[in-house]
Structures are given as C-alpha cells and as structure tokens.
Design a protein around this ligand. Structure first.
Ligand code: CA
Length: 538
C-alpha cells in the first residue's frame, strides 16, 4: 500500500514536472559535436540479442546496422561489440577463426559495410579481441594436441604432472595463471596436460612463444587495416601470463600497443583488468583505456546504501570503505592513475555483460536507475552503456539472463526482437519496450538521452577535471567539473527523501539549471532536490 502511494506521488510529480523538462530539452543545442573520441559515450552490444534482421531468432550485423540511426540519435559515438568471430559457444569468447565473422551474425562484407555506415554517422567501432586463449576447436589447438612435435605444439602450454607440481611450488617454469591444478586439463592421446585458465574449452595461448605474439599482432593488423575497426577491447588482459608475472603482463601490452600503433597511430585499446586501481594503474602504459571497476562499485554501493561511500575490488569480489566518501575515493584513485601517466582515458561504466544488470541490482527502482545514469554520465572519462541499460533492462546471473534480447516494440509488432533465449527478466511486464519509452518524456530512456545530449554539448562534462564540492550530508554526492571557462556543479541526492541545499557564497553565480531529474531549479540560492534526484548547474 505504501508502495502504491509512493507510485501515485511519483505520477503526480511526473505530471507537474513534465512541461519543465520538455522546455529544458528544447533549449539545448541541436548539434552535439563538442565531445571528441575517445571522450565520448560508448555502447556495448551483444549482437546475438540486439536486432534480428532475418527472423532466424538470432541477432545479426545487418539488424544492428539498421539501428545505427537510433544509436546516433541517442548520442552514442562509439560501439563496443562483444565477440563476433566464429566460435562454438553462444557468447563467442572462444574463437575458432580470428579472420572471420560468425555465420549467425553475417560475413566480412556485411561487417565492413557496418563499419563504414557507423563511420558515416561519426560512430567508432571497437571489437572484442580474445587472445588470452582460443577455442579448443581452433585449428592451432587441434594441431597442438595431435603430438609433441607438431608445428603448433608450443602455441599452447603443456606440462606433465611433475612440471605442474613444480609450478605449484612457485618455481615459475611454466606459463599459467596459478597453481590451481584444476586449470590443467587432460587431452586425449596426450600424456601431458594443457593449461586453460577459464575452462578446458579455452586453452590459454603461450605468450612465451614469439610466434604466438606475432600471430596476435597480425590478427590485430587485419581487423584495423582490412576491416577498418577503430580499436579493440582486450578480454582477460591480466591473465596473459600467470599472476606472479605481472610485470610481463604489463610489458606485453606495451609491445602490443606499439606494434599496432605502428600502422594505426590512433588505435584505441581498452582493457579488462578486473582489479583495484592500484593494481590496474601500471597497465595504463600498454592499455591506455582500462575499465574502472572500483568506480563502478563505488557508484552502485553509494546508491544501494544511500550514502556517499567508496568501494574497491578485493581478493574475491569488492569491499566498501564507508569512511571514505565517493568523491574522496574517486580523487584517490585518480591520483593513483595520474601518478602512473597522464596519457589515459578512464573507461567508466555501471555494469557490463559479466555483471547483474544495474536495475536488477537497484531493486528494479527506476528512480535509482536514473540516479545511477546521472552519476555515470557526469563523471570524467569514457562512459560505457551496456545495451538495454537505457531502457532499464533487467537481468541476474547466470550469464545468459544478463544478456537477454533488447525490447524494441510491443511483442506483437516486434519483428526485430531476437528470440534465441526465453527471457526471464526483461519481459514486457517488467520493462517498457523502447517504442513506448520514446513517447514518455519521463522514461528512463529519455533520462539517458537528455544526459548524453548534455554531456556531448559540454566541454566540462566531456573533458573537464573533477573536484569535490562538499555539499550537504553523507547522503549527498557533489562535485565540480571544469574545463576552460565552463564550470559545472553537480549534486546527487542519494536518499529516499526530499532535501534542501543552500548554495555557498562562492557558488552564488551557478544559478542556471542545465539538467535536473524532476525539473528542479535554484531559487534564492536554494535547491530542493527530490528523492534520488540530481541537478547540474552552471
Ligand atoms: Ca538473424
């Protein structure tokens, strides 16, 4: 009953604020060309679940191409595609052919056309590059396991039981990720076992073999030069060598970067190094963009706890440090990065294909989802949206359920919807399809769209620095973003209650509202912010 009352109040608010928000939107410049690659908003796509163009139930490149106008209109200027190469698995993180497109998705010709069409719309294309391991059905591995003296034997890591034992006492004779014996797998007709960090379906490539290093550079060259992509997202980037060889891992990425930059100087590399900022920072020399996991969990935990806290990746998952505010934690991590290099592009996100969907984590509360978006899209770096995040798609592990089909229209009209899986979370009873949300000025979709538009038209949001503003109490997050003459003050109310904030004397000039969740404005230097609401002032 209380929930119903709350919803009714929200509906009332929605109607009362409707006109304000629409008026605000129309005042914005229509040309959004201030954001520049790679300081742009990116969009991660699982092709299989995005758009099905031919009715075979599986999303494909042709379908995705038909949505480039949609992405352009949303303000997206870069796409990260989850794996598109041939693979026996639905997720395709185990490749059997590094020079082709999975037949379910299309072929190289249609993909080249897709890249060209994206470029026409000022959208860059970054593809997942899985080189830590291949599929166990890759011809290299089939050759490698066929005998001890075959041509590709040393493309992978083989060891007998004694060598594995020695490895587990940390003598480091063999390349692998840990002494965990379950990561060594048996292969038929082989006395030795092979190393596969994730599973036996994914044998790790042997990066101590110069031929392997050359192969993966040649693969990169092919996609950059022949196909025309703009860069790669490097999967499992911390696992190239075993954990004890962290320096070797960092050195390898420097080599990879310089090899690729030799024939494409503006090549973009974004790495997945799932760890805390201190561990991640030294990787920036080889991978100048790295996903900021600490920031992702700091945003989520602050929203969940309705309190400004920082979080960091720990040994098993992540931990919360509630004695350090979100803002202070961010500054601390930024300092760790800057201490390493200024030449980096922070890759920021709320969730990705490996994590429960953001709105499921936030109790399916659309207002908290909007708050999360407001935080993500006002922080420095390159924000990554996970497809469907903009319509509030839901999903909890196991993995296929965080990768469910995008809901374009109501089911009876949705010929483009992929159907390779029966969705359990993102159903029409739980998520409004895009077509309905487009018509609703207060939908989460229009919230995302407005924020992206503002970010794209703001130098301060796209490139500006970040300083703490220290407003309000522990349930408020506030910061300045500044670039040249443009200064913004951003305030988020994390609490479930309305709050009043008095602007400081030094901020008295910040009276214009660039954006606010419910149409709030400044009156006599006072801001009344609704629950889970955000405001951007200039
Ligand atoms: Ca299809």
């Amino acid at each position: 009953m209380r929930k119903l009352l709350f919803i009714l109040i929200l509906i009332g608010l929605a109607f009362s604020c409707n006109t304000t928000i629409e008026r605000k939107s129309s005042e914005l410049p229509t040309v959004s060309n201030l954001a520049q690659w790679p300081n742009v908003v990116m969009y991660e796509i699982f092709v299989q679940s995005f758009v099905d163009s031919d009715g075979d139930s599986i999303g494909d490149i042709k379908g995705m191409m038909s949505k480039l106008d949609y992405l352009q209109d949303l303000g997206i200027k870069g796409i990260w595609l989850m794996p598109i190469m041939p693979s026996p698995s639905y997720h395709k993180y185990d490749v059997t052919d590094y020079y082709n497109i999975h037949p379910d998705y299309g072929d190289l010709d249609i993909f080249k056309e897709f890249v060209q069409e994206a470029h026409k719309r000022d959208i860059k294309v970054v593809i997942d590059m899985i080189i830590n391991h291949s599929s166990n059905q890759h011809p290299w591995f089939l050759d490698s396991k066929s005998g001890e003296n075959t041509e590709k034997r040393d493309y992978y890591i083989w060891a007998n039981d004694e060598e594995i034992r020695r490895f587990s006492t940390h003598e480091k004779k063999i390349t692998g990720d840990s002494g965990n014996l379950t990561q060594w797998h048996e292969a038929e007709d082989n006395d030795k076992k092979f190393y596969g960090f994730f599973t036996g379906m994914m044998p790790d490539l042997n990066f101590d073999n110069p031929k392997v290093r050359q192969e993966v550079v040649t693969i990169g060259k092919f996609w950059l030069e022949e196909v025309g992509v703009d860069g790669f997202r490097l999967d499992a980037a911390k696992h190239i060598y075993e954990d004890s060889r962290v320096k070797d891992n960092q050195e390898w990425w420097k080599v990879y970067r310089s090899e690729l930059e030799a024939f494409k100087p503006d090549n973009y590399l974004v790495g997945e190094v799932w760890d805390n900022s201190e561990f991640v920072a030294p990787f920036l020399h080889g991978l100048p963009a790295l996903f900021n996991f600490d920031l992702a969990f700091s945003m989520l935990e602050s929203i969940k706890r309705e309190k400004s806290v920082s979080a960091y990746i720990s040994k098993h998952s992540w931990e919360v440090d509630d004695s350090t505010t979100f803002e202070a934690g961010y500054k601390k991590n930024q300092a760790i990065y800057l201490n390493e290099t200024e030449d980096y592009h922070d890759a920021i996100f709320l969730s990705n294909h490996d994590q429960n969907r953001i709105l499921s984590v936030l109790d399916r509360d659309i207002n908290k989802g909007k708050l999360a978006a407001s935080m993500l899209l006002t922080m420095p770096g390159t924000p990554y949206l996970y497809y469907g995040e903009e319509i509030g798609m839901l999903g909890m592990k196991p993995d296929p359920n965080i990768r469910e089909p995008f809901l374009w229209k109501d089911a009876q009209n949705d010929t483009e919807r992929a159907k390779w899986i029966n969705s359990e979370y993102s159903l029409e009873s739980t998520v409004d399809p895009l077509s309905r949300q487009m018509e609703d000025s207060l939908s989460i979709f229009n919230h995302y769209k407005s924020l992206i538009r503002i970010r794209n038209t703001s130098k301060a949001l796209s490139f500006g620095d970040f300083t703490q503003a220290n407003y309000g109490n522990s349930s408020v997050i506030s910061y300045y973003r500044k670039k040249d003459n443009e200064q913004l003050l951003i305030i988020h109310n994390l609490s479930d209650r309305h709050i009043s904030i008095q602007l400081k004397d030094t901020d008295a000039g910040l009276t214009n509202t660039l954006f606010s969740t419910w149409g709030e404005t400044v009156k006599n230097r006072q801001i009344d912010l609704e629950a889970y609401s955000s405001i951007i002032l200039n």
